[in-house]
Design a protein around this ligand. Structure first.
Ligand code: 13P
Ligand code: SF4
Length: 333
């Protein structure tokens, strides 16, 4: 996703569909200078920039690849560069590191966490797994990628929002302990006859969206198509026309004959849609993820200048976590 914008004026014109007052001529001129330095540093360092769909729009302009968690994990298996700069949250950069043990993976701000990843530890999961296996000897553990490497190391397979149902269906077990998102677990349960045992975690961004908010928009604008992320509450998902991963929403909006959509997820995705699908209208029922927004374009530049901060993890944990990630890629595309 390289930009054609090389000057501040180009960038301001490119970002105009966002209608965001922070992109003044001065700010866009400063951003264009930082972007130019990033392009030069990427070439000098033989670096690649991978970015999640929730990142800031100026980061989309310097990224080599923008996608959802599954696409980013797949992309991480195909890297040919010497250095990976990850624009997203810690578990995503850690996933790239698990799949690229020989390459430095830089995360511009190591504090960029995730409320789901904080909801479970490897130790707590190991205990719960042992307890449940006494009741259900066939039990398998499916872990959302929004987890630390310690937790992935305790899982039989990982999954993302776009392949959770497929992975659960492909597991040769009837009982599935699903960690850590109880909302995604409830959504998977609605799509399978297997028995899902949910962990009690949630994404603070999606969990705060209420059915009343969606119903109010539906009443005022009955023709809009409602696209919701499966981290939303089950009573919110019940009001959606489609339940999709972030990139699934982009594909749906592009391919659908509908022209107006309500986007029920983090706001960065609405920005991507406004920039990439200019002929359609997107209403935001979105919230900001403050972790995702800790990554700035200046931080990306500084990472490329200093080659830090780097994501690291113990090799024994990495090897066990990699097994669960590769199982996901094998079972769930
Ligand atoms: P996606 O895999 O759908 O991009 O979701 C990642 C995420 O963190 C959602 O909050
Ligand atoms: Fe984690 Fe939620 Fe932020 Fe996604 S939006 S990174 S799940 S806190």
């Amino acid at each position: 996703m390289q930009t054609a914008a090389s000057t501040g004026a180009d960038l301001q014109a490119l970002l105009a569909p966002l209608g965001d007052a922070q992109y003044t001529a001065d700010r866009c001129s400063a951003l264009a200078d930082v972007a130019a330095e990033i392009h030069a540093l990427k070439a000098a360092r033989r670096a690649v920039v991978l970015a999640h769909n929730y990142q800031r729009p100026e980061i989309f302009q310097v990224a080599d690849f923008v996608g959802d968690s599954l696409e980013l994990a797949r992309q991480a298996t195909r890297v040919d560069a010497d250095v990976i700069v990850f624009c997203g949250v810690h578990f995503m950069a850690e996933t790239a590191k698990i799949l690229n043990p020989g390459r430095p993976v830089l995360l511009p701000d190591l504090r960029a966490g995730c409320s789901l990843a904080d909801a479970v530890t490897g130790e707590a999961l190991a205990e719960r797994k042992a307890e449940l296996r006494r009741l259900h000897p066939d039990l398998a553990v499916v872990g959302y990628v929004n987890t630390t490497a310690d937790v992935k190391a305790e899982c039989d397979a990982c999954c993302t929002s776009s392949n959770a149902v497929r992975v659960v269906e492909a597991m040769p077990s009837r009982h599935i302990l699903f960690v850590p998102d109880k909302n995604l677990a409830a959504y998977v349960q609605s799509q399978t006859t297997k028995e899902i045992i949910a962990w009690d975690g949630n994404c603070y961004v999606h969990h705060q969206i209420t059915p009343e908010q969606i119903a109010a928009v539906r009443k005022a604008l009955p023709h809009v198509r409602v696209l919701a992320h499966p981290e939303c509450r089950v009573d919110v998902l019940a009001l959606a026309d489609a339940v999709l991963s972030t990139s699934g929403m982009v594909r749906y909006a592009k391919d659908s004959p509908a022209h107006e959509f309500l986007v029920v997820t983090e706001c960065g995705l609405s920005d991507r849609l406004l920039l990439e699908v200019p002929d359609k209208k997107f209403y935001k029922s979105c919230k900001l993820c403050h972790y995702m927004k800790m990554i700035t374009i200046e931080g990306v530049r500084d990472s490329l200048r200093t080659l830090g901060p780097e994501v690291t993890l113990p090799e024994d944990v990495r090897v066990r976590a990699e097994r669960a990630l590769l199982r996901m890629l094998e079972l769930g595309g």
